[in-house]
Design a protein around this ligand. Structure first.
Ligand code: GAL
Length: 423
């Protein structure tokens, strides 16, 4: 091994807490006028493959710019967001960074850290190619602060049909309610397999939001974010009781990111994993066959509801290379960029004019659902609530699961406190 590689490896080790990718070194290398530094959390595995596709198109279409990958590993931005916040607060922004469309952007907007990019919507002719509902979610006081690259769905269960079969369960459809699904989990447990796996805080919150959507229905779920549904109501208590039952049946590894917990389903040790549809990219990368090695369905009880989130890219104030940052945003919003990226990433294009015929079957179905389902905003992926609220909910969830899911009343009280700032 070359000495520089060894040194980089040591630096990576010491940076382990904030994540590290081989290219973070490139980001710190001083750079040239062409460099455009892009922060995301697509640092490894199937997620990096998606970013690589974007980089390839960017390099080809914008030869006057040089993509510098400043990705920070950690699913759902669990590490990237902290590092980014420190850089923004220190007045050292990247040229563009990944952020969830919706409520999570409000943190950066109110801190005055990102620019209104609505002039770019006109320049790149984006207003007519994104769904109106998405533009509405992105618009704050008439301004738009990011350009979406994709749309993901969070309320999906990925399951291993062989494990269900061994437990004597049907494999073509899942039950249509959470209680019936829990009954199936009991059967799986009795067959000697793990019913469901959970990982770090946000994966647990993602399960919680899916159960809330399924049990409350989309209207009452939406009400959780604008004060119309009380967090201390009995309907929420009922949903939390279901969540509690699942937690008690789950194998939980709070230190694991999403891919290792999905692996249990892939290798036939567990039946179910609730995960956003970036999971399909991991199955594809492992060469698993949809419908044979794995199947998927909306979380039981939430059929017809699409728990939406979108990744988007921003133009930070005080960035170094405005010209190439705009070129990057041009590629992010373009039909070619969205086509190549989303095929690999498991998501669907945010644009409505991308040809879906060459997309894998999963995304074709997701695109169809997105058109006809009721759309709700994901909590764990920044669409429903500001970062301070989702972080406080994460803390409440982990406290509950670390206490073996025993203190339901305490959990509900913590959730009430976590969401106090919402109108
Ligand atoms: C989400 C993000 C997805 C995917 C996932 C896992 O927050 O929107 O694109 O990266 O995290 O890391």
């Amino acid at each position: 091994m070359r000495r520089s590689a060894i040194i980089a490896g040591v630096a990576c080790l010491s940076l382990a807490l904030v994540g590290c990718s081989s290219t973070t070194n490139e980001a710190g290398s001083g750079g040239s006028d062409k460099d455009v530094q892009i922060v995301s959390w697509w640092a490894q595995g199937s997620e990096k493959a998606g970013l690589d596709a974007l980089e390839k198109i960017f390099n080809k279409e914008k030869p006057e710019c040089h993509f510098v990958n400043a990705a920070v590993a950690g699913g759902a931005g669990s590490q990237a967001k902290q590092k980014l916040q420190a850089d923004l607060d220190a007045g050292n922004p990247p040229d563009s960074f990944q952020a969830h469309a919706g409520a999570e952007l409000s943190d950066y907007i109110s801190a005055g850290q990102i620019e209104d990019v609505s002039p770019l919507y006109d320049k790149f002719k984006l207003r007519d190619v994104f769904p109106e509902t998405l533009i509405d979610r992105l618009t704050v006081d008439g301004k738009i602060y990011s350009i979406p690259s994709n749309i993901h769905r969070a309320n999906v269960v990925w399951y291993n049909p062989k494990v269900l079969e061994e437990a004597g369960l049907p494999t073509d459809t899942l039950p249509d309610s959470v209680p019936a699904w829990i009954a199936d989990m009991e059967k799986i447990k009795a067959s000697g397999k793990i019913p469901i796996t959970l990982g770090s805080n946000w994966t647990q919150t993602q399960l919680l939001e899916s159960v809330l959507i399924a049990d409350l229905g989309p209207d009452a779920y939406n009400g959780l974010w604008d004060g119309k549904t009380a967090w201390d109501s009995t309907e929420v208590t009922k949903a939390l009781e279901d969540f509690q039952k699942i937690v008690k049946l789950a194998q939980i590894d709070s230190s694991a990111d999403w891919e290792p917990t999905l692996d249990y389903v892939m290798n036939g040790k567990a039946a179910y994993n609730v995960m956003g549809d970036w999971a399909v990219a991991a199955f594809n990368e492992a060469k698993k066959v949809d419908g044979v090695d794995y199947k998927w369905a909306p979380v039981p009880g939430s059929k017809g509801v699409f728990d939406f989130l979108a990744d988007s890219f921003t133009k930070p104030k005080g960035l170094k290379n405005a010209k190439c940052a705009e070129e990057w945003l041009d590629v992010i919003g373009s039909a070619a960029g969205q086509g190549e990226f989303n095929k690999i990433k498991g998501s669907i294009p945010a644009r409505t004019d991308v040809d879906m015929s060459e997309f894998p079957a999963y995304q074709q179905a997701a695109a169809q659902d997105f058109k006809q389902d009721t759309i709700v905003a994901s909590l764990s992926h920044g669409a429903a609530a500001p970062l301070a609220v989702s972080s406080a909910i994460n803390d409440a969830v982990v406290k509950f699961t670390q206490g073996q899911g025993d203190d339901l009343a305490g959990f509900q009280k913590d959730l009430v406190n976590a969401t106090k700032s919402l109108k």
